[in-house]
Design a protein around this ligand. Structure first.
Ligand code: ZN
Length: 312
């Protein structure tokens, strides 16, 4: 794979824009994060000002070495550079953040090229460059936590189209006799996120997921829902690898259950070794290699992309 980025001496800024906290960092990659600050996500005005203050201060210290900033944002967002609302956070339920021009404020405030994408596409890009998907051109990254989000690459490009993928909101079979819980998605009720995100587990069983023991029936059900989703993604996107991150996936006993159930659901139809061979499957559905740093490294990776392909 050729190196798609301009210069290894340049520095990049990254903003992991989360619904509860922002993480801003300067560096070039996982072995070189030079400065980092984190603060709670409050109003857009205050939060964006704190990010701008951090990068202006860093630019002064570093003699203007930062050549681009990447933003890996909570969403939904408008990731289409041709759209008048490119870089906006759009229909988020988070109070005050609807229709906020996050990328524009950062670009104008720092006068630098800005890369902008969903947090999960950013994390996927970072895992592709430095983590669990190195060398692959088609893979997905699914995070299972407070919500469920998915991003990834197809043919070496981050997945965009109409907007960006919303893999957490696919509809999956829901046996209401086995699981009477209605689901907690405000839009769809029992979509994947509504049935399988952390708050859904907590609401269904009346206990925080981290307090449920590994042999609790909650986990067989959780693995079943995630396996149904992954079987759909295998059929639609044909990923060469699937990375599962997020707080719920810190329950590592979920991995063997999901790895066992996905091939059962596909039932011999997908003739590919990772699906048919148990050993290969171990390397097919995997945890992230960058762990909790995938978010901010995703933002740095988006900055590297933006420096190479500045938006207008
Ligand atoms: Zn939904």
């Amino acid at each position: 794979m050729t190196h798609p980025f301009p210069s290894d001496s340049a520095l990049y800024g990254g903003i992991e824009a989360g619904g509860t906290k922002f993480v801003c960092a300067v560096g070039t990659g996982p072995d070189d994060l030079r400065a980092e600050v984190r603060f709670p996500t409050t109003t857009p005005q205050e939060t964006i000002r704190r990010a701008l203050d951090f990068f202006r201060d860093q630019q002064d210290r570093l003699g203007g070495a930062i050549c681009a900033v990447g933003i890996a944002s909570f969403g939904p967002v408008d990731p289409n550079p041709a759209s008048p609302t490119f870089g906006y956070i759009t229909s988020t339920p988070k109070i005050g953040w609807r229709n906020v021009d996050l990328a524009g404020e950062i670009r104008q405030g720092l006068n630098l090229p800005v890369g902008f994408d969903t947090d999960v596409n950013g994390a996927a890009l970072a895992e592709g460059l430095w983590g669990a998907a190195q060398g692959l051109d088609t893979f997905i990254y699914l995070t299972v936590g407070t919500g469920i989000g998915g991003g990834g690459m197809v043919g070496g490009r981050l997945i965009h189209g109409l907007l960006h993928p919303e893999m957490g909101h696919i509809r999956i079979p829901h046996d209401r006799q086995a699981d009477p819980f209605e689901g907690c998605c405000p839009y769809h009720g029992d979509c994947l996120e509504g049935l399988a995100c952390g708050p859904a587990i907590a609401a269904r069983w009346g206990t925080r997921p981290e307090d449920l023991p590994p042999d609790h029936p909650a986990w067989a059900l959780e693995a079943h829902y995630l396996a149904l989703a992954l079987a759909n993604f295998v059929c639609t996107l044909s990923p060469q690898r699937i990375i599962l991150g997020g707080g719920v996936m810190r329950q590592h006993h979920l991995f063997p259950r999901i790895r066992a159930e996905v091939p059962e659901l596909l039932n011999g139809y997908i003739q590919a070794r990772p699906i048919l061979d148990k050993e290969e499957m171990q390397k097919y559905i995997v945890p992230p290699a960058l762990g909790a740093r995938a978010g901010v490294l995703g933002a740095i990776a988006l900055a590297r992309q933006a420096a190479d392909r500045p938006n207008p």
